[in-house]
Design a protein around this ligand. Sequence first.
Ligand SMILES: Nc1ncnc2c1ncn2[C@@H]1O[C@H](COP(=O)(O)OP(=O)(O)OP(=O)(O)O)[C@@H](O)[C@H]1O
Length: 119
Amino acid sequence: MMKGLLKSFTFALAGIWYVVRTQKNMKVHFTAALLAVVVSLFLCLSPLEWGLVFSAIFMVLLTECINTAIEAVVDLISPKFHPLAKIAKDCAAGAVLLAAVYSLAVAGLVLLPKVWGRM
Ligand SMILES: Nc1ncnc2c1ncn2[C@@H]1O[C@H](COP(=O)(O)OP(=O)(O)OP(=O)(O)O)[C@@H](O)[C@H]1O
């Protein structure tokens, strides 16, 4: 049981590492996440505000992982142009965009006013 769990965990980490290695957007997301955490540490956020910041960070990272998974499956099943393949890839990319907009909203509503207040 523990062995199976450890195996699944290793596969999941390999998946995340694949996304980091191959997707330039993921590198950008990780850099932005790190920056957001460092800035947040200086701003003495409340638990709720930390929750919003982490929800934004994880939303972006997990949608990028799902987007990469969908792209891989689509490329496997439909290497040639197909309207349904286009829908699948465009919708997956749309999910990442929505998550990015959410994270910008959190940055604008939670972090920016605090940074502004310290100037
Ligand atoms: N097999 C396909 N059939 C139809 N449209 C496709 C197909 N593959 C890609 N597309 C279209 O091209 C767009 C870009 O696809 P692509 O696979 O290059 O993804 P990407 O967003 O550039 O991601 P990445 O750079 O991470 O590979 C898709 O959003 C889709 O509109």
